[in-house]
Write a protein that binds this ligand. Structure first.
Ligand code: AHM
Ligand code: MG
Length: 334
């Protein structure tokens, strides 16, 4: 039984000149995850659920647990001094940590509680995080450019899924590893080392209610998924929880594709490049899969704003390539 803490320290040698700061940082995330997990498990019991009525920068009503998770992760990341700034889906602007150590070089971008509209109905939710080295000099306040880095600059990324069991899954560029929390001890144990997504899958995950608003390439791909062709295991199975971390986690384990495309009413899609798509893209590539905006690799996109949205196609390599081919074929006419 290897714990998350032991595993991270054991793998520290993978980083030349490692100082242990990233190890400490991941430890802070683990701690906040446990605190948030405890609160989520109580969601049906205490009067903490329900919307606060405050809207976030995207104009969506925040749930109380969103705010709670945001505060806990921020506090844990600030406490030890390794992190000099944070950008969060729940904050309009990035936050600079004045108390950071003068040599602290990491910034963290996060969606502290993704899919939180699912909490009231007891559906799994998650925390998504992404870690970069700052580009501005250490010892000065962080600047916007520290956060607007393309995904291929990520040092680490991961998520916590608060599901039927709670898991923390992360990558530092050396594979994807999953740890399951033993609730009686509050300890994450290594349960899924070196996770690999199959090159082909039979699951497609998309909010099909928006079908009429999808680009033609996506419509064609959905019809392809539904065709009968036993040789390629079609028709595929449709599975959509509406909670990115849960849909992603299932597809990672079983093979599949998750799509949140542009729609006629949301031309840039719904998901955020920095808080959701980049970390998931890093994880899926590390697991042997692919992530794209339908045309380009997600991690090569240069962000221009903190809360930028982007269409998202993510999962088994061959499935993503098939839909990309259809996007290319039909986009010229739109
Ligand atoms: P959120 O960050 O406001 O929780 O929104 C992100 C969520 C994802 O978890 C999920 O995949 C998607 O929104 C579902 O959106 P829709 O209800 O439009 O299908
Ligand atoms: Mg989100």
């Amino acid at each position: 039984m290897i714990t998350l803490g032991e595993y991270i320290i054991e793998k520290q040698h993978q980083f030349p000149n490692a100082t242990g700061e990233l190890t400490q940082l991941l430890g802070a995330i683990r701690l906040a995850a446990k605190v948030v997990n405890r609160e989520i498990n109580k969601a049906g019991l205490v009067d903490i659920i329900g919307a606060t009525g405050v809207e976030n920068v995207q104009g969506e009503v925040q749930q109380k647990l969103d705010l709670y998770a945001n505060e806990k992760f921020k506090a844990a990341l600030e406490a030890r001094g390794e992190v000099c700034g944070v950008a969060s889906e729940e904050e309009d602007e990035f936050v600079s940590f004045d108390s950071a150590r003068s040599d602290s070089k990491y910034v963290v971008l996060m969606d502290p509680l993704d899919g939180s509209s699912n909490i009231d109905v007891n559906v799994s939710v998650g925390t998504i995080f992404s870690i970069y080295r700052r580009v501005s000099p250490c010892g000065t306040p962080v600047v916007l450019e520290d956060f607007l880095q393309p995904g291929h600059c990520q040092v680490a990324a991961g998520y916590v899924i608060y599901g039927s069991s709670t898991m923390l899954v992360y990558t530092t560029g050396h594979g994807v590893h999953g740890f399951t929390c033993d609730p009686s001890l509050g300890v994450f144990y290594l349960s899924h080392e070196n996770m690999r997504i199959p090159d082909d899958g039979v699951i497609y995950s998309i909010n099909e209610g928006n079908y009429l608003k999808f680009p033609t390439g996506v419509k064609k791909y959905l019809k392809y998924c539904q065709e009968i062709d036993p040789a390629s295991n079609r028709p595929y199975t449709s599975r959509y929880i509406g909670s990115l971390v849960s849909d992603f986690h299932r597809n990672l384990l079983k093979g599949g594709i998750y799509i949140y495309p542009s729609t006629a009413s949301a031309p840039k899609g719904k998901l955020r490049l920095l808080y959701e798509c980049n970390p998931m893209a890093y994880l899926i590539e590390q697991a042997g899969g692919k992530a794209s905006d339908g045309f380009n690799r997600i991690m090569d996109i240069q962000p221009t704003e903190l809360h930028q949205r982007i269409p998202f196609f993510c999962g088994s390599q061959n499935m993503v390539e098939t839909v990309e081919a259809m996007m290319r074929e039909y986009s010229a006419n739109e």
